[in-house]
Design a protein around this ligand. Structure first.
Ligand code: ADP
Length: 154
């Protein structure tokens, strides 16, 4: 199914100079970039975004770490984009993430793990609406689509 998903390039990605490397991986995979902007996240946004971790002792710490610098929020589109992006991202703890994944190749940390990626289609829709206004997401031509997918995959 054609899906859109949210990626956040975290402060660890910006500070370590990995923005080009990380976005190159999504681009080369064949994901279609529908939106991208730099923004300074707020405690209120992050309390919503990480609500599932609100009972954890590190809740405030992970929110603070996301506000150290601006972040870059990205929307990628593709068939099964949510799962594709999660598999490129790797598991949460960078020390345990598989080599070849973004976290596996660039992170030594549980918290400072370079990127956020939505974990389900339902959450992707909620998260995209949290960080993008409708007019900030774009539909535009994909001239290489016929060489990225077979006709019956669409
Ligand atoms: P993911 O980002 O892989 O979907 P979670 O939603 O469980 O993982 O956690 C959100 C973020 O909170 C993680 O990406 C990581 O930065 C941080 N985090 C989660 N669990 C821990 C932990 N045990 N110790 C430190 N940071 C954590």
């Amino acid at each position: 199914m054609l899906q859109r998903t949210l990626v956040i390039l975290k402060p660890s990605c910006l500070m370590r100079g990995l923005v080009g490397e990380v976005t190159r991986r999504f681009e080369q995979k064949g994901l279609h970039l529908c939106g991208m902007k730099m923004c300074q996240l707020t405690d209120a946004q992050l309390s919503e975004h990480y609500a599932h971790l609100s009972a954890k002792p590190f809740f405030q710490q992970i929110k603070d770490a996301m506000m150290v610098t601006p972040v870059i929020v990205c929307c990628y589109e593709g068939i099964d984009a949510v799962d594709v992006v999660r598999s490129l991202t790797g598991s949460t703890n960078g020390r345990k993430a598989a080599p070849g994944t973004i976290r596996g190749d660039f992170s030594m940390s549980y918290q400072e793990n370079i990127v956020h990626a939505s974990d389900s289609a339902e959450n992707a829709a909620i998260e995209l609406a949290r960080f993008f206004r409708p007019e900030e997401l774009f539909d535009y031509a994909q001239p290489l689509r016929d060489f990225t997918y077979a006709a019956d995959e669409f």
